[in-house]
Write a protein that binds this ligand. Sequence first.
Ligand code: MG
Ligand code: MG
Length: 247
Amino acid sequence: MIRTPEEIAKMRKAGKVVAEIIERTQAAVRPGVSTLDLDKVAREVIERRHARSNFFNYHGFPATICTSPNNMIVHGIPSADVVLKEGDIISVDCGAIIEGYHGDAAYTMGVGGISKAARRLIEVTAASLEAAIEVMREDNRLHDIGRAVQDTAEAAGYSVVRKYVGHAIGTAMHEEPQVPNYWPGNPGPKLKVGNVYAIEPMVNIGGPDTIELEDGWSVITADGSLSAHFEHTIAITEDGPEVLTRG
Ligand code: MG
Ligand code: MG
């Protein structure tokens, strides 16, 4: 879908709220904090900025953000019982709606000091998103995005999750088309000025396979290896990619 400059201006506003959620939750991450505490931080930002949550009640999801520690890839439910400890990594996925337009982003960070292996995973996953953003230019192809993610992750010896993917975004959080984080065997359509995508590499130290837990949400790595997740909402403009969810 092609979004008008007026629509992208609204998505930019939503993106600024998401950027503030990122900034505030990152500042709150430390040993002893629960993932429910992080959810409260996010909810406070949404309320103060007069935004709406696109996560709360999404297919019944009970919180404002997803919090996924260590070998959990995505969709973890914030809980007072999940208390962060030194050496953990935590993935936070968050979003907001302003004037009917959505923003969506995610990050992974360490809790206190973390292992060299965990730090490298986080750095490579962040770099895979940056490589993807770099190819989001008019007349490149949709699946250049996934190829850039996959090349970056696999060059480091990691694997890219197949089952969960990025997506177009606008007046709904998840719009068509989906955007895999790998080369699906064909280039896909040309990218156009006005396209807006939420690109979200999920990268595992081990294999790409996933298991959904009995809560119906939490997704972990099948082999128990650590996983990281970064996401931004990006508009393709005449001047190149514009990251809407960056502060
Ligand atoms: Mg997200
Ligand atoms: Mg998303």
